[in-house]
Design a protein around this ligand. Structure first.
Ligand code: C2E
Ligand code: MG
Ligand code: MG
Length: 766
């Protein structure tokens, strides 16, 4: 099974890889060009910043015209004479640079303006705001410059910023051209960094906001803050009150003011010169990873390449950004996400909804088909499907299914067929349809053998119909299948599901009392499951398994009624019945000159039945079957090792010449001591271990060591529950003697077994 699954998923990967790659690349380019990932990109940056959060240099100080200053010195705008006082105070405190993030492009009271102009001249270290903006209507640039009387003795700095949807500024310009003159941005001016107009840089928001020193303008004017805090610093003055606007969003912190944005810019440039790689390198990385995933054949490589690229895109910038190297990653993540979703979706489809052999929708799809609720449901079962498939060459199953499907579509080419495992097909029909004629015609089509790889194959099919009962589709499907099985058992071509059989109340209780009568009425029959000798590749025998087809309940699993019968000491009659049938069948086959051995399950409880050996000997004599052709399979034999009685009985059975097998080996006690004590000829390893040998190391060890141990004691090993060919191959490698399971053949009627033996012989003779 695991092997089949991985093959399927790899098929999913190969489907038109170039086309998907090309579309993904185009979509990713568009995504990158329009910046579609901006929101997510910002969130990622903020998250990464928290990994290398650190303090600012402290060289840049913010002076805030805040609510406190307004309470102290009156409403805004303050008379310019006060700005003059502020400049004087800051100059006296020994600041290195005084930057005004405040617009002085219009005149006010001439006397005040004069005082301010004189203070600027006295200070000689003032930088004033200028900006260049697109006009609201005509798209022309409007430059605003400070009044010439202020500008004469001041430097100029550009305050323009570009903000995004959340009013955050991620990049600042180095400079701008104003009236033909190159003017540095506030940030560049404060950090002394050079850069051409139009070029910009990334802000380092991993600096802690609280680590940028900030004082209220009122406290400067009142002399509370002075040289101690300000000497040698570059200060930037700006409004910081909700009343005055200029609000900006500081990523990772929240609402703040434009003056802080410039302070961040200056601090960033003090740290170094940021490099912005843009979105293309990340996009390229994502694209390379998806190209590997799509063009290589193995799904593990796809997984590794895409996970590695995703991890790199998410984590790597956290390290580079600590060194001021910035990159956008969402276009890269976008292409990875697109391809991962497409591959995942294909895999999901391949696993969940489509039969991998025929590409028909499977039974999961049928169960999910809501429109089917009001329609009739027809189920068809190819009764000997597994048997046939087990004998076909590797591509044979697909060819076989094609032929089955084309027959089922005769007369209704647009019919949507659903295919399950093990030869099950189903479809919906209009509910009022007279089904009889149609299904009989279909049945007749299956009388002609199918031809696959030069082999002529007889197909046995039966149909079950559920006309619609308002139950879930899953339940209705199960009922239709039961009806199909009943039809097969009753020798009919098709059968309606009878809703009355649904009542299951007290069924289990009445089951036991019905079993004896059921045997008399002929409802109990024996199925034969072939056993394959791995050395000679020959069917050398079969296990007889009890089957009860209840007239109302349909087929009942042996595991269900056998256990119940055992617990209530009612197993005797059933065992006698099965033995009689099985021994008779084996005798008949052997008489035709085919060496054939039959295995019958024997409940350990019967080992206390003194008369059993006598009855057994008589039965063998009556059918004249040599005792060596019969094997009795015992489970729960562990309990026997302590009871002399049971062991004695086994010894007597061996004396008759009948073989003993230990069934379900491995599920109970399985010590060397135990193996030696039970004089068995054969050990049947329980299916739970056999199923695991392809991908479970401890199961493989268990099976391998049991084979070695059994061989050293001169016993044969049978592997039960072999469902897949790859398991069969492994068992051959492990030198197991005999295999039994669905891969070789399901339990079948005596008729089917006889046919199977004949066709096997023909093939080996050919
Ligand atoms: P068991 O003797 O171990 O028989 C093998 C069981 O495994 C059978 O189930 C068979 O149908 C199933 N089987 C065979 N190959 C495969 C496979 O490849 N995959 C899977 N999943 N299953 C496989 P069944 O017929 O339901 O019988 C269950 C148990 O009931 C038997 O286990 C046996 O212990 C008991 N039993 C059956 N018939 C009789 C009987 O006549 N007398 C007694 N005393 N016990 C019986
Ligand atoms: Mg058995
Ligand atoms: Mg078993």
């Amino acid at each position: 099974m695991p092997r089949a699954v991985s093959k399927r998923s790899e098929k999913g990967l190969e489907k038109k890889p170039w086309k998907l790659l090309l579309w993904t690349a185009v979509a990713g380019l568009i995504f990158g060009l329009i910046g579609a990932g901006e929101y997510f990109e910002d969130m990622l940056r903020v998250a990464r910043n928290s990994f290398h959060e650190h303090d600012a240099s402290g060289q840049v100080v913010v002076i805030k015209v805040d609510d406190q200053s307004l309470r102290q010195y009156g409403n805004w705008p303050w008379p310019r004479r006060m700005q003059g006082q502020l400049v004087d105070r800051l100059t006296a405190a020994g600041t290195k640079q005084i930057v005004y993030d405040i617009n002085f492009s219009f005149p006010s009271n001439p006397a005040d303006d004069r005082v301010f102009a004189q203070a600027i001249e006295r200070s000689g270290r003032v930088t004033l705001l200028t900006r260049s903006r697109l006009g609201p209507n005509d798209g022309k640039r409007i430059d605003s410059l400070p009044l010439p009387m202020f500008a004469r003795h001041a430097q100029l700095g550009v305050s323009s910023v570009e903000y995004n949807w959340e009013n955050a500024v991620w990049r600042l310009p180095y400079a701008a051209t104003i009236h033909g003159q190159t003017v540095p941005s506030f940030a560049a001016a404060m950090a002394g960094a050079k850069g051409s107009p139009g070029s910009n840089f990334f802000l380092d928001y991993s600096l802690k906001l609280q680590s940028i020193p900030a004082y209220s303008a009122g406290d400067i004017l009142s002399g509370k803050v002075g040289a101690k805090e300000l000497a040698g610093k570059r200060v930037i003055i700006g409004v910081a009150s909700e009343l005055l606007g200029d609000g900006y969003f500081i990523p990772g912190y929240g609402r703040s003011y434009g003056v802080y944005v410039h302070a961040y810019g200056a601090e960033t440039l003090v740290e170094g010169r940021p490099v912005d790689l843009g979105w293309f390198p990340g996009f390229l990385l994502g694209l390379i990873a998806v190209a590997i995933a799509l063009l290589r054949r193995r799904s593990i490589e796809a997984l590794v390449a895409m996970s590695a690229a995703t991890a790199a895109l998410v984590v790597a910038p956290a390290f580079t950004e600590a060194h001021l190297i910035f990159a956008d990653v969402t276009p890269g993540l976008f292409v990875l996400l697109v391809v991962a979703s497409v591959l995942g979706w294909r895999k999901y489809r391949a696993r969940g909804w489509v039969n991998s052999i025929s590409n028909l929708p499977n039974l999961n799809a049928l169960r999910a088909h809501q429109e089917g609720r009001s329609q009739a449901l027809v189920a068809a079962r190819i009764l000997n499907y597994e048997e046939i498939v087990a004998t076909l060459p590797s591509d044979g199953e697909r060819q076989l299914v094609e032929q089955i499907v084309s027959r089922l579509k005769v007369g209704s080419p647009n019919r949507v067929l659903y295919q399950g495992d093990a030869g099950i097909f189903a479809w919906f029909e209009a509910p009022q349809q007279p089904f009889g004629n149609h299904l009989e015609a279909l049945h007749a089509l299956f009388r002609n053998p199918a031809r696959v790889a030069g082999l002529s194959i007889d197909l046995t099919i039966s149909f079950g119909v559920e006309v619609g009962s308002g139950r879930s589709i899953a339940n209705r499907l199960a009922s239709a299948l039961v009806a199909a099985d009943e039809a097969a058992h009753d020798g009919l071509k098709w059968k309606y599901h009878d809703p009355e059989t649904l009542e299951t109340a007290s069924w289990r209780l009445s089951m036991l009392s019905q079993l004896d009568e059921a045997i008399d009425r002929g409802e109990v029959w024996v199925a034969y499951q072939p056993k394959l000798e791995l050395g000679s590749k020959r069917i050398i025998g079969a296990e007889a398994l009890a089957r009860w087809t209840h007239p109302e309940k349909g087929p009942i699993a042996a595991s269900e009624f056998v256990a119940a019968a055992e617990q209530h000491n009612r197993i005797g009659k059933l065992t006698d019945f099965v033995l009689e049938q099985a021994v008779g069948a084996a005798a008949a086959i052997n008489k035709r000159g085919v060496e054939f051995e039959i295995a019958v399950n024997l409940s350990a409880r019967l080992l206390t039945d003194k008369g059993f050996t006598l009855r057994l000997a008589a039965m063998l004599a009556r059918h004249s079957l040599p005792a060596r052709h019969l094997t009795l399979e015992l489970t729960e034999t562990a309990a026997l090792t302590n009871s002399g009685e049971g062991l004695e009985m086994i010894a007597r059975i061996r004396d008759l010449g009948v073989n003993i097998a230990i069934d379900d080996y491995g599920t109970g006690l399985s010590t060397l001591d135990y193996l030696k004590k039970i004089p068995a000829n054969e050990i049947k390893i329980d299916q739970s271990f056999v199923k695991g040998i392809a991908d479970n190391r401890s199961d493989r060890l268990m099976v391998q060591s049991t084979i070695g141990l059994a061989h050293s004691l001169g016993r044969k090993v049978v592997a039960e529950g072999v469902e897949h060919r790859d398991i069969l191959e492994l068992l051959i490698e492990m030198e197991c003697d005999i295999a039994q399971g669905f891969a070789i053949g399901r339990p079948m009627s005596l008729d089917s077994l006889t046919k199977r033996l004949a066709s096997d012989r023909k093939r080996s003779a050919a």
